[in-house]
Design a protein around this ligand. Structure first.
Ligand code: NAD
Ligand code: LMR
Length: 345
């Protein structure tokens, strides 16, 4: 019996993500929360002949807290794609002003109603929204770093797809063989593609120009979609797939299945709260505390992480990318933390 709550369920990501969750036989209850149209999406999905009971919750007005509380009661997993997406010309950081308070308030409700739930944050800027969530949970005394996940899976999905085209392998075959670490925005995104000898051999045949273009395309893949959608939004379908892929990892771990793949999917997490995480941050990351690393899950939470610098054969080029990423990350993390420090919960 697993209850999953999606906050922002009626949005561009929320709807297809909820559809994928409805198809998962492990989900017994799917609660859809949004400030608009949650009941409509729930009614629609509820006709699908899979076991999950789908319910929709939307507030009657701005003061109404019943809907969010009811959607969260007894939930095991909360996935948050609530908030505004980018338009052409914007960076993810430009979304901070609106999305920071949405995440703060949703996470405060989770802390009060479902403090033991695993939380997956999709809303941008992920580099700041996850620190915001962590600070809210800390302030309310229920922070479990093993259960707070920034969803960066779309970066891995893109890296697998784009690299496959260059080295002529099936994109699916690259899952678990390459990795993406760092953050989720431009040059904070760091693809690692030399961990397995078989792929490293093929990567060695790429020219410097091909390698640089590949890195740039993974780092700025989001912009490609924002530009193509031309004002209508950002990645929704590929994100729903990616978000589901990570949610499925959590659901599988809740069902007692071991994390699969030689390199597990990464997530943007609070390292000092994980065994060995403070050492990773101090030794390799200049003290940056939030970073996306491959995570091994057990029972719906992080059991351990893969230390990229000791286990994934990080090259000199990749080390340079990490250095650049740390700069951007520390600013975004500080901004998120300061926002919650100044907030009344
Ligand atoms: N992590 C990633 O890789 C990734 C990828 C793509 C998009 N995103 C981000 O995900 C977010 C959502 O994108 P989208 O395309 O689905 O946007 P969207 O506008 O289509 O949907 C957002 C939904 O959130 C709802 N919402 C707004 N405020 C809310 C609140 N307080 N509580 C509950 N619901 C609320 C809206 O009503 C809407 O239905 C954006 O911030 C976007 O930048 C992240
Ligand atoms: O680019 C965006 O704003 C959305 C998302 O973060 C993405 O990577 O596609």
């Amino acid at each position: 019996m697993v209850k999953v709550t999606v906050c922002g369920a009626a949005g561009g990501i929320g709807q297809p993500l909820s559809l994928l969750l409805k198809l998962n036989p492990q989900v017994s209850e799917l609660a859809l929360f949004d400030i608009v149209n949650a009941k409509g999406v729930a009614a629609d999905l509820s006709h699908i002949n899979t076991p999950a009971i789908v319910t929709g919750y939307q507030p009657a007005n701005k003061e109404d807290k019943t809907a969010i509380v009811e959607s969260l009661k007894g939930t095991d997993l909360v996935i948050i794609p609530a908030g505004v997406p980018r338009k052409p010309g914007m960076t993810r950081a430009d979304l901070f002003n609106i999305n920071a308070s949405i995440i703060r308030d949703l996470v405060a409700n989770i802390a009060r109603t479902a403090p033991n739930a695993a939380i997956l944050i999709i809303s941008n800027p992920v580099n700041s929204t996850v620190p915001i969530a962590a600070e809210v949970l800390k302030k309310l005394g229920v922070f479990n770093p093993k259960k707070l996940f920034g969803v960066t899976t779309l970066d891995s999905v893109r890296a697998e797809t784009f690299l496959a085209g260059l080295i002529n392998v099936s994109p699916t075959s690259l899952q678990g063989k390459i990795s993406v670490i760092g953050g989720h925005s431009g040059d904070t995104i760091v693809p690692l593609i030399n961990a397995t000898p078989e792929i490293a051999r093929k990567v060695a045949t790429l020219s410097t120009d091909q390698y640089n273009k590949f890195i740039n395309r993974v780092q700025y893949g989001g912009d490609e979609v924002v530009k193509a959608k031309n004002g209508v939004g950002s990645a929704t379908l590929s994100m729903a797939y990616a978000g589901y892929r990570f949610a499925e990892n959590v659901l599988n771990s809740l069902a007692g299945k071991e994390t699969s793949g030689s390199i597990p999917d990464s997530s943007y997490v609070y390292l000092p709260g994980l065994p060995g995480g403070k050492e990773l941050s101090t030794k390799y990351l200049n003290g940056v505390d939030f970073f996306s690393v491959p995570v091994v899950l057990e029972g719906g939470q992080i059991k351990s992480f893969v230390n990229p610098f000791e286990l994934l054969k990080v090259t000199n080029d990749e080390t340079k990318l990490v250095k650049v990423a740390l700069d951007g990350l520390s600013k975004s993390i500080d901004q998120g933390v300061a926002f919650v420090t100044a907030s009344k919960l």
